[in-house]
Design a protein around this ligand. Structure first.
Ligand code: ZN
Length: 256
C-alpha cells in the first residue's frame, strides 16, 4: 500500500491520505480515497494503470476527486453495497460495482466498518488495512449525528481488532504500527465520553447543550457544534440501550 498524502484544510492533520494498492504480482491496482484533486494524485495516475477506485466513505475529503479520477481512467468505480444512493449524491457517479463485507477487490478484502459514516468500509491487504476514518494514530475520530452511530463504531473497532493486522493505514495522519493499542485507546475514549454524558444526564442535564457543558472539560470554541452532534450520537445509543430517554423531536433527554 502506497500512501499519497493530499493537502486539505479543515481536516485532521491538514491532509487526507489516498492509498494505492499495486502489488507487483497482481494485474489489478486499487486506488482508495482520492479525496483532493491535486497534481500529486494525477501524476500517479499518469504512471499507474488503476483498475479499481473506491472510497472508505463518501465524505468530501475522501471522495472529492473521485469523479475526476473516474473521468481520467478506465477504473471500475466501486460503492458500498446498500449505499448506492448516498454514493450517487456525494460523487455524482453511478457505481460500476458494489462492495459487500468479505468481497475481494484488486487483492484487498472488504470489511464493512460503519460508525463514523454509515457507508464506511476498510480495505484489508497483506501490507496493512486502509481504514479511513475508523482509526487515527493520535487524537480521536468524530462519531457525530446525523452520520455517526456509536454502537456501530464500537462494533467496527472490535471487528478490526479481531483481524489483528500488523499495520493500519488511516485516512488522516501516519500509519499505525500498534493497531491493538491504538484501537483500545480509541475504544476507551468513546466509552469514557459515554460515561461522562450518561453521568451528566443522571445529574440533571436535560438537553444536549447542558450535556456538552458537563461532559467536556475544554473550552470548545468553534468545535461546540461538533461536540453537540457527538453528544446526540451518544444519546441515540444510550436511548437504544434503555439507559436514557432521548426525544429527538423536542431535543430533551432524561434518565431512564
Ligand atoms: Zn469522514
Amino acid at each position: 500500500m502506497r500512501r499519497i498524502a493530499l493537502p486539505r484544510e479543515g481536516v485532521p492533520t491538514g491532509r487526507v491520505n489516498a492509498y494505492l494498492h499495486d502489488p507487483p504480482e497482481r494485474a489489478q491496482t486499487l486506488l482508495v480515497d482520492p479525496g483532493v484533486a491535486v497534481p500529486a494524485l494525477f501524476n500517479i495516475l499518469d504512471s499507474v494503470d488503476v483498475s479499481h477506485v473506491a472510497v472508505t466513505h463518501t465524505h468530501p475529503d475522501h471522495a472529492g476527486a473521485l469523479a475526476r479520477v473516474a473521468a481520467k481512467t478506465d477504473a471500475s468505480v466501486c460503492a458500498a453495497a446498500g449505499h448506492e444512493d448516498r454514493f450517487r449524491t456525494a460523487t455524482g457517479l453511478d457505481p460500476d460495482q458494489t462492495l459487500a463485507d468479505g468481497d475481494q477487490v484488486a487483492g484487498a478484502v472488504v470489511l464493512t466498518t460503519p460508525g463514523h459514516a454509515p457507508d464506511h468500509l476498510a480495505f484489508l491487504t497483506d501490507d496493512g488495512a486502509a481504514c479511513g476514518d475508523l482509526v487515527i494514530a493520535s487524537g480521536s475520530i468524530s462519531v457525530a449525528a446525523p452520520d455517526g452511530d456509536v454502537r456501530s463504531y464500537l462494533r467496527s473497532l472490535r471487528r478490526l481488532r479481531a483481524r489483528d493486522h500488523s499495520r493500519l493505514l488511516p485516512g488522516h495522519g501516519p500509519a499505525v504500527d500498534d493497531p491493538r493499542a491504538t484501537i483500545d485507546r480509541l475504544y476507551g475514549h468513546r466509552r469514557d465520553r459515554e460515561q461522562r454524558i450518561l453521568a451528566a444526564v443522571r445529574e440533571g442535564a436535560a438537553d444536549p447543550d447542558v450535556a456538552v457543558d458537563r461532559a467536556y472539560d475544554a473550552d470548545l470554541g468553534n468545535l461546540r457544534a461538533q461536540a453537540r452532534a457527538t453528544v446526540i450520537a451518544h444519546l441515540e445509543k444510550l436511548d437504544a440501550e434503555g439507559r436514557v430517554r432521548w426525544d429527538p423531536v423536542t431535543g430533551t433527554v432524561r434518565p431512564a
